[in-house]
Design a protein around this ligand. Structure first.
Ligand code: GRF
Length: 195
């Protein structure tokens, strides 16, 4: 790490495979490092991944997320440049969006604006893609505003779906794309902000 290394805080509610892809990517790249993992679930798999990489963790509930006077100093202590949502299921409160303008990124496992919004997460997304016989799906990486899945789109990519693909297979195909693209999109976003 150098004095100019950018500092990332990852927010995740689940297994954390995206979080780990980002940690691994930046462990070999001085541009950025993951300095904290925030979760709202004390049993989330992402906590074990954080431990494995010796990254500090913060477990917060919905109330703490909404409490500006608690959350902002707790995050500011880590001097983050970007907040990275990777499977974080709570709505980001307005106070956080205001404190980190254009500095919060999210990944959604479908081609927004399709299959986004409240209730469209995890398996629900891939089931809906399957039910509609979509020919392709893929992740969307976007800036976060106060509405679910509605901020400016930074990146999308897609994979062809086979009529035989079950929702689980669709999920696997999309997740593989998430792992290979999310770290690089974060890197490019940081580089764009530097110039
Ligand atoms: C990913 O599909 C992500 O797009 C979605 O939730 C899933 C999280 O997976 N929002 P993981 O926790 O990164 O393994």
């Amino acid at each position: 790490m150098t004095s100019t290394t950018k500092r990332l805080i990852i927010f995740a509610s689940g297994g954390g495979s995206n979080a780990e892809a980002i940690i691994n990517y930046f462990s070999e790249n001085d541009l950025a490092e993951v300095v904290l993992i925030v979760t709202n679930k004390k049993e989330a798999g992402v906590l074990q991944r954080a431990d494995k990489h010796n990254i500090p963790t913060l477990v917060i509930n919905k109330k703490a997320l909404g409490r500006k006077e608690y959350l902002l100093p707790a995050l500011a202590a880590y001097k983050p440049d970007l907040l990275i949502l990777a499977g974080f299921l709570l709505l980001i409160p307005a106070h956080l969006v205001e404190a980190y303008p254009e500095a919060i990124l999210n990944i959604h496992p479908a081609l927004l604006p399709k299959y986004g919004g409240k209730g469209m997460y995890g398996h629900h997304v891939h089931q809906a893609v399957f039910d509609n016989n979509e020919k392709a799906s893929g992740p969307t990486i976007h800036l976060v505003n106060t509405q679910y899945d509605e901020g400016q789109i930074l990146f999308q990519t897609e994979v062809a779906l086979d009529p035989m693909d079950t929702p689980d297979i669709i999920a696997q195909k999309v997740l593989a794309l998430e792992h290979s693209h999310y770290p690089q999109v974060i890197e490019q976003y940081l580089l764009d902000r530097l110039t």
